[in-house]
Design a protein. Structure first.
Length: 139
């Protein structure tokens, strides 16, 4: 007695891609883009905060940026990490432009430059972390 072969079973030779995989990847990229933009806005607003003359705002802003990069890399790989970085860059650069009254959230001072370039560095660190840190496989 033979068993019927289903058209999508591996024994037929050609296995179609899992349905719905492309939209999951697109949804992850869009969510990562939004997360990067939110972190960019929050960090831009908070990066100049000081507590007892300690630059607590920039430390926390860079820490949340690094944690976002690691989260996106662990969640779905380099694609969402790049999307989060793009959202972060757009948000930070949009808020760096002088407003209608001439106010600037990211001035051309040391703390503003540390925030701009340090945040980019945090995404680079997340991108170049070892792949083995983000897998459950032993070997």
């Amino acid at each position: 007695m033979t068993t019927p072969v289903h058209p999508t079973s591996p024994s037929t030779g050609s296995v179609p891609a899992r349905p719905g995989r492309w939209w999951r990847s697109a949804a992850r990229a869009v969510l990562a883009l939004a997360l990067g933009a939110v972190v960019g806005v929050l960090g831009t607003v908070a990066h100049r905060t000081q507590w007892h003359d300690l630059p607590l705002g920039i430390v926390l802003a860079l820490a949340i940026t690094l944690s976002t990069a690691v989260l996106c890399r662990a969640w779905a790989g380099l694609g969402p990490l790049l999307a989060a970085g793009a959202g972060w860059v757009v948000a930070v650069q949009a808020l760096s432009v002088a407003g209608p009254g001439g106010d600037v959230l990211v001035p051309a001072q040391a703390v503003g430059l540390v925030w701009t370039y340090g945040g980019l560095l945090m995404f680079l660190v997340g991108a170049f972390l070892p792949r083995s840190w983000f897998t459950d496989r032993r070997g």
